[in-house]
Ligand binder design. Structure first.
Ligand SMILES: [Fe+2]
Length: 203
């Protein structure tokens, strides 16, 4: 199969106590795997079989109509989760340094103000979806959200940090307390990786 589940770059229990082991096992092994399985089912045997999900999402109108929604939902689920695992790490969190710190201060005034905006975007996403820090085409930063598994790539933005606010991301430990989950999640943000992604996005 063309699309494969990426290995987690740390142990399932490595993000404890902020993200619990049982959630990580289910989220990675079952939820992410299901997006990949459904994406593979849709593209296998077509000309798009070996096209990375990110490229498909960048140009959804080019995807045949019969599989476009599957690619949007399950290709989106694959790409979004692949990013999500990378932008978390054990012993991470805190205040960013480097280019992303400067870019955040420039765009939002301060790191605290950025956190408030991202938290509000993630809290304000009704139902399932994502909160994002993206790089716009002009290289500037913006905060936003998307419903379901919609990717910022589909509207021309490059996500460099994303937080999953589907209940499957937090329900076992936090039940319905999305705000508490979000506050904990900042303790595992891998700013080093976000810096790499910012550099790549700005080319
Ligand atoms: Fe998820």
């Amino acid at each position: 199969m063309a699309h494969q589940l990426p290995a987690l770059p740390y142990g399932f229990d490595a993000l404890e106590p902020f993200i619990d082991e049982a959630t990580m096992r289910l989220h990675h092994g079952k939820h992410h795997q299901a997006y990949i399985d459904n994406l593979n089912k849709a593209v296998t045997g077509t000309a798009l079989e070996n096209v990375p999900a990110e490229l498909l999402l960048k140009d959804l109108p080019a995807v045949p109509e019969g599989i476009r929604n599957v690619v949007r939902n399950h290709g989106g689920g694959h790409a979004n989760h692949s990013l999500f695992w990378e932008v978390m790490a054990p012993g991470a969190g805190g205040v960013p340094t480097g280019p992303v710190a400067e870019a955040i201060t420039g765009a939002f005034g301060s790191f605290e103000s950025f956190k408030e905006r991202l938290t509000a975007a993630a809290m304000g996403q009704f139902g399932s979806g994502w909160g994002w820090l993206v790089v716009k085409k002009d290289g500037s930063l913006a905060v936003g959200n998307t419903p379901n598994q919609d990717s910022p790539l589909s509207v021309g933005d490059t996500p460099i940090l994303g937080v999953d606010v589907w209940e499957h991301a937090y329900y076992l430990r936090y039940q319905n307390r999305r705000a508490e989950y979000l506050q904990s999640w900042y303790s595992v943000v891998n700013w080093s990786r976000v810096n790499d992604l910012l550099r790549q996005a700005r080319g």
